[in-house]
Ligand binder design. Structure first.
Ligand code: KG4
Ligand code: ZN
Length: 338
């Protein structure tokens, strides 16, 4: 039996969790910096790293307390070492190295994206292989072919903005607040997810994605409707109706693009047994339901974590740490963030 402490600080969440090889996740705790970044409409790297350094000690302590364990009862320390904001990653990595060194514990560097890819296993440990994983967050949007624990192949990724970034940027355009995804979902629900404006779907024929063109299409459609002034960069129409109609059309468009790509992946890899949908955007109930229906129609199983494991968290890092520990894939103290 092993206890793995997972530490995550790659972006704007300071997070820690404990995974027990018999009992699964036994604690999961975090501090979200959303309130600190709200006024900027996005994450400010310098503010993020300063907040991590302030919070990390108490977050790790609380995660241990909630697991009813002391640091001496932890066997392995798993920590996100890439990719992410350099200053933020360094806080978590240096903290993990320090406690691992002081307590003579094993260290495992975990790729943040591998954390997301396997996050659906925390609640469903029997997801069949091979499956396709759609990871969509504020920083990444990618499609992976997942063959086994730690074995995955990138099939396609965004050529520009991530899907979550599209939600956040368009929310900023409309003055809706940050993060955009949940607010856009709320407005879209109020008008029953109708596609009012038919924004362009993906023209990319392979499994790559692109969302920056969509943002531009929304912008120019607003300009055409005399709802946005390009010179002053200000929204001219502040009506609820416009917010609802843009939100709804955008959400339906992004959900359609995801379905389009999964359909393509399924055609290319007919041996697939399941689809997993992970990352912050997977908190979106409308997209989740649409992709679940798609999977059902194709006779594929569908898994998506509960929201606490969709957005950045320490549990997914501890989870990856546990199978890496079982494979003896430990890191040494020269572990870097690149
Ligand atoms: O995984 P995450 O917490 O952080 C990153 O690694 O980026 O994802 C945050 C992103 C934000 O862009 C946010 O707008 C989006 O996830 N998001 C959503 C929803 N909740 C969060 N997007 C669409 N619908 C949601 N309900
Ligand atoms: Zn993430």
């Amino acid at each position: 039996m092993l206890n793995i402490l997972g530490i995550e600080s790659s972006c704007d969440e300071t997070a820690a969790a404990v995974y027990n090889t018999n009992r699964g996740i036994i604690s999961n705790f975090l501090f979200s910096q959303i309130e600190l970044h709200k006024q900027f409409g996005g994450v400010m790297p310098e503010i993020a790293s300063r907040s991590h350094i302030e919070k990390i000690d108490s977050i790790v302590k609380t995660a241990l307390e909630k697991a009813n364990l002391t640091l001496s009862e932890i066997d392995v320390i798993a920590v996100t070492n890439k990719p992410g904001l350099p200053g933020s990653l360094l806080v978590g990595l240096c903290f993990a190295k320090a406690i691992a060194y002081a307590q003579n514990k094993k260290l495992i560097g975990v790729n943040h994206l591998e954390g997301h890819i396997f996050s659906a296993f925390i609640e469903n440990p029997n997801i069949p292989f091979p499956h396709i994983c759609l990871t969509a967050s504020g920083g990444h949007t990618s499609i992976y072919l997942v063959k086994n624990f730690g074995e995955y192949e990138l099939l396609g990724t965004t050529r520009d903005d991530a899907a979550g970034e599209a939600f956040d940027k368009i929310a900023k355009l409309l003055n809706l607040g940050y993060p955009g995804g949940p607010i856009i979902e709320k407005y879209a629900q109020e008008v029953d997810f109708i596609d009012f404006f038919s924004y362009p779907r993906s023209h990319i024929t392979d499994l790559d994605l692109s969302f920056s063109g969509l943002k531009t299409a929304v912008l120019y459609d607003l300009v055409k409707k005399n709802a946005y002034d390009l010179k002053s960069k200000k929204i001219l129409d502040n009506s609820i109706k416009l917010k609802q109609e843009v939100s709804s059309s955008l959400l339906v468009c992004i959900a359609d693009i995801f379905e389009q790509k999964l359909n393509k992946a399924f055609k290319l890899y007919p041996e697939l047994k399941a689809i997993t949908f992970v990352g912050g955007v997977a908190c979106n109930k409308y997209i989740k339901e649409k992709l679940s229906k798609f999977a059902q129609a194709k006779n594929l199983k569908f898994f998506s974590p509960s929201p606490q494991y969709c957005t950045d968290n320490g549990a997914m890092i501890a989870y990856v740490g546990h199978y890496k520990a079982q494979k003896n894939e430990f890191s040494d103290f020269s572990l870097d963030i690149f």
